[in-house]
Design a protein around this ligand. Sequence first.
Ligand SMILES: NC(=O)c1ccc[n+]([C@@H]2O[C@H](COP(=O)([O-])OP(=O)(O)OC[C@H]3O[C@@H](n4cnc5c(N)ncnc54)[C@H](O)[C@@H]3O)[C@@H](O)[C@H]2O)c1
Length: 329
Amino acid sequence: MRLLIAGGAGYVGTRLVPALRERGYDVEVADHLWFGNHLPPDIPIRRGELFDLSEEDLRGVDQLIFLAGLSNDPMAEFSPAKNFVANGALPAYLAFIAKRAGVKRLIYASSCSVYGYTEDQLYTEDDPVTCAYPYGISKLQGERAALQLQDDSFSVIALRQGTVCGWSPRMRFDLIVNTMVKSALTTGTITVNNPSIWRPLLDIRDDVAAFTRAVQAGRKLSGVFNVASGNFTVGQVADLVKEELERETGQRVRLDIRNVQDFRNYKVSCERAAVELGFQPQYSVKDMVAEVMAHRGEYGDMEQDEYYNIRVFTKLGAAERDPAAARRD
Ligand SMILES: NC(=O)c1ccc[n+]([C@@H]2O[C@H](COP(=O)([O-])OP(=O)(O)OC[C@H]3O[C@@H](n4cnc5c(N)ncnc54)[C@H](O)[C@@H]3O)[C@@H](O)[C@H]2O)c1
């Protein structure tokens, strides 16, 4: 089976692509390489803008996995206009040409960010989405555009991922657990902006399993699926990271608890993914911390720009501030 992974050189893709190849899939990546290339050297890569792909380029591909676009709130807030193009229009365009090219399935990397600020209730895929900020709205746009094209010959599976954490050869330290580990290691302190906020977290290995289950799912399966390893409050995550770090290093870690308002608060049910995809998360916050720690010898300076999407994005000049951003400042 031939798989094309759009945005496959990012944090998630750099673990997913080798895992898929190990299972015998014929994989190819299409990516700008904004964050470099940390994939095994023999993975074929088409370097460039995904909008430049044509229907012809997708002929012979069985499944397209979309992992591209702007992948967090700071990037989206920096340039809302470019965010809506990258996260809304780009998946719509790729779904459109993929279907015309005879691709049988699109797997879309959606986000639990679409849920927005919710009251303390477990959200299913059928509950209303309330996000009112650029990243969440745009991920929903991409998801809806792709699903719009779904039919008997074109399956669309949208995975609403929790915040992915853990180690990847293309590392990010701007994701909650990874950030806390970095801060504890470099400053001895973990800052907790709001301990009562809920977040679903997803170990990157569970994420790889979720995408793999989606690739393998029955031909006719389509739909939206929440995927997370578990739901946690930010205060709980900090306690777990602190405990694990202190055990591992023997150093005391201090918690700096603040009360900053957040516009995202949600916890999700993954029942549908369990029943329809066979998704069974295996990892805990402690496992995420342990894996990030196990690779600490290879990070060098954990504050360097390449570990923070917004810094790379700003430097690349890929985004100029647009009027929507300027007005809010
Ligand atoms: N990491 C998370 O916690 C998380 C959570 C929920 C959803 N998601 C979604 O999952 C996907 C993967 O996340 P990630 O953390 O691996 O992101 P990432 O930022 O590490 O990687 C994105 C990759 O896409 C490429 N890319 C982006 N736009 C492109 C374009 N127009 N043309 C060519 N290449 C392009 C970049 O070069 C990069 O390699 C994203 O769509 C993100 O929105 C991520």
